[in-house]
Design a protein around this ligand. Structure first.
Ligand SMILES: Cc1ncc(COP(=O)(O)O)c(C=O)c1O
Ligand SMILES: [Zn+2]
Length: 440
C-alpha cells in the first residue's frame, strides 16, 4: 500500500519574488521564481518541472460562479479569455455501471467544452498568462486537441498562433478547427514527441510562447476538472468518489488532478483519506507510464515507436511524468494499458448511453473494465471515468466503430420492405466483422 504523501512539497513560505501571492517552484530542487516577469517553462538551475504555488490554498467555500473561473481562488488570475469553458456534465450511466460492475459509475464528459476537449480549461488560463507576460506568438505541438483549443483561444485573444502536428496522424476534426480558427499549421515528418522537441527549441529561442502542458499554467486550468468532479459527485452522493480513471498521454491531467487534491488537502477542505485514487489508462502501443508504474521506475523511458488508433494519446515521452507518477502512487491508484479493440468497444459502450467520445477518451472506460475483470478494482467502488474529447473530433474513427448507412431505393414501399429485414449485429469491423451486417 502506497503511503499517502499528499503534501505540496517545497517550502510554503511566500518567497520575495512572488507576485500577489503567486510564484513558481521547481518540483526537483525547490528553487522559486517570479511567475510573470520572464518566460520560463522549466527550472533555470536543474531543468526540473515547475509548479505554480499560492500563498493561500482554496476551500470549497471559496468557489463561486460557473465554469473554470468559478475556481479562481485556485488560479493565478481572477478571469481570463473565455469562450466559456468547464461546467461539463457528470453523466449517470446505470446500464454501463451494472455491466461493468461498480457501485457508482459517472462519466465526466470533457468533450462538452467549447472546442470539444478538456484542453480549453488549460488554454483559458494559459492564454491569460501569455497576455500578462506580454508575448505576441503562441505555439504548441499537438496530437490535435491542443492545437484546436490554442487556435480558438489565440484567435479570441487576437494573438498569432503556430501549431506543429505529426503529419498524417491527427484526426480530421482537429485539423479543421486549427485551420478555421486561423492558426499557422506546420505538419512535421515525425511523431508528437518530435513536434514537441521542435516547439520547445523555438520557445527557448524566444520565437513563441509555449502552451503545451509543460507550461505549468495550463495545468492550473486543468485542475478545475478535479474540483468540478468532487463538487458534483458530493452534491449527488454526499461523498467523494473513490477513484478517477483517465486516459493518459502527456500525463498533464493526472498531474493537474493530483495538484487540485493536494491543494484541497493543504487547506483542510479534503481529508487525505477522501482523495480519489488516480488511475491512468494508456493504449498498449503507447504505454510508457504504465511501464513505469508496473516496474516501479522513477521516471518513464521514452518510447520511440508509438502506435494506436487513439491518436490523441499516441505519445511516447510523457513530459509530465515526474508530476504524474507520484500522483498515481500517492493516491493509491494504478495504471493499465488497453488494446485498440477494447478502446473501440468502450467507444461503442458509451455511444449506447448517448455519450459520443473520441477513441482516446474511451480508453478510460476500457481501462476500468479491464481492472474490474482482473479484480484490481472492487465492485463496491464509486468511480468517475474522464472522457477527454468529443466524438466529432475523429469522425473517421466514429464511422468505423459505428453502423454503415444502408442504401435504399427512392420509394416508401421499398424502404418499408427494407426495414422488415433483420439487423444481425451491432458495430465492429476487423475483429467483429465488417461494421454492421444486415439481412435483407
Ligand atoms: C482526447 C485526449 N485525451 C487524452 C489526452 C492526454 O491527456 P494528458 O496529456 O493530460 O495525459 C489528450 C491529449 O492530447 C487528448 O487530446
Ligand atoms: Zn530546479
Amino acid at each position: 500500500m502506497a503511503t499517502l504523501d499528499l503534501q505540496l512539497g517545497g517550502s510554503q513560505t511566500v518567497p520575495e519574488d512572488a507576485d500577489d501571492g503567486v510564484w513558481l517552484t521547481c518540483i526537483e530542487c525547490g528553487e522559486t521564481f517570479a511567475p510573470f516577469d520572464d518566460v520560463r517553462y522549466t527550472c533555470d538551475d536543474c531543468d526540473g518541472l515547475l509548479e505554480v504555488r499560492y500563498a493561500d490554498s482554496p476551500t470549497f467555500d471559496d468557489f463561486e460562479g460557473r465554469g473554470v473561473w468559478r475556481y479562481n481562488a485556485a488560479l493565478p488570475f481572477e478571469e481570463g479569455v473565455t469562450l466559456p469553458e468547464g461546467d461539463t456534465p457528470l453523466h449517470r450511466v446505470p446500464d454501463l455501471e451494472e455491466d461493468i460492475g461498480v457501485r457508482n459509475l459517472r462519466i465526466k464528459h470533457e468533450g462538452m467544452n467549447p472546442t470539444g476537449s478538456f484542453k480549453d480549461r488549460g488554454m483559458t488560463v494559459g492564454v491569460r498568462v501569455a497576455q500578462a507576460v506580454g508575448v505576441d506568438r503562441l505555439a504548441c505541438a499537438s496530437t490535435g486537441n491542443t492545437s484546436a483549443a490554442l487556435s480558438a483561444y489565440g484567435a479570441r485573444a487576437n494573438l498569432e498562433t503556430l501549431v506543429l502536428l505529426p503529419s498524417g496522424k491527427v484526426a480530421a476534426g482537429k485539423v479543421a478547427q486549427a485551420s478555421l480558427h486561423g492558426a499557422r499549421i506546420l505538419e512535421v515528418d515525425g511523431n508528437f514527441d518530435a513536434c514537441l522537441d521542435i516547439v520547445q527549441d523555438l520557445a527557448s529561442r524566444g520565437e513563441a510562447y509555449l502552451l503545451n502542458s509543460l507550461n505549468p499554467f495550463r495545468l492550473e486550468g486543468q485542475k478545475t476538472i478535479g474540483f468540478e468532479i468532487l463538487e458534483r459527485f458530493y452534491e449527488d452522493e454526499g461523498r467523494f468518489p473513490d477513484r478517477i480513471v483517465l486516459p493518459v498521454g502527456n500525463a498533464g491531467n493526472t498531474a493537474a488532478l493530483y495538484k487540485a487534491f493536494r491543494e484541497l488537502v493543504q487547506s483542510g477542505a479534503l481529508a487525505p483519506g477522501d482523495v480519489p485514487k488516480l488511475t491512468g489508462v494508456q493504449a498498449e502501443g503507447a504505454a510508457p507510464m504504465v511501464e513505469a508504474i508496473e516496474n516501479d521506475l522513477e521516471d518513464t523511458k521514452r518510447w520511440d515507436d508509438v502506435e494506436t488508433r487513439a491518436t490523441a494519446i499516441r505519445i511516447g515521452n510523457p513530459v509530465n511524468a515526474p508530476k504524474a507518477l507520484p500522483g498515481i502512487r500517492n493516491t493509491g491508484g494504478t495504471a493499465v494499458a488497453v488494446s485498440d479493440e477494447r478502446i473501440t468497444e468502450a467507444q461503442r459502450d458509451l455511444a449506447e448511453q448517448g455519450i459520443g467520445v473520441e477513441p482516446a477518451s474511451a480508453a478510460s472506460v476500457a481501462g476500468l473494465r479491464k481492472l474490474r475483470l482482473s479484480g484490481e478494482i472492487d465492485p463496491g467502488e464509486d468511480v468517475v471515468c474522464l472522457t477527454t474529447g468529443h466524438l466529432l473530433k475523429d469522425p473517421e474513427a466514429a464511422a468505423e466503430a459505428g453502423a454503415d448507412p444502408e442504401p435504399v431505393p427512392n420509394d416508401t414501399d421499398k424502404v418499408l420492405k427494407h426495414l422488415q429485414g433483420k439487423r444481425v449485429s451491432l458495430g465492429g469491423d476487423g475483429l467483429l466483422g465488417k461494421v454492421l451486417g444486415y439481412v435483407r
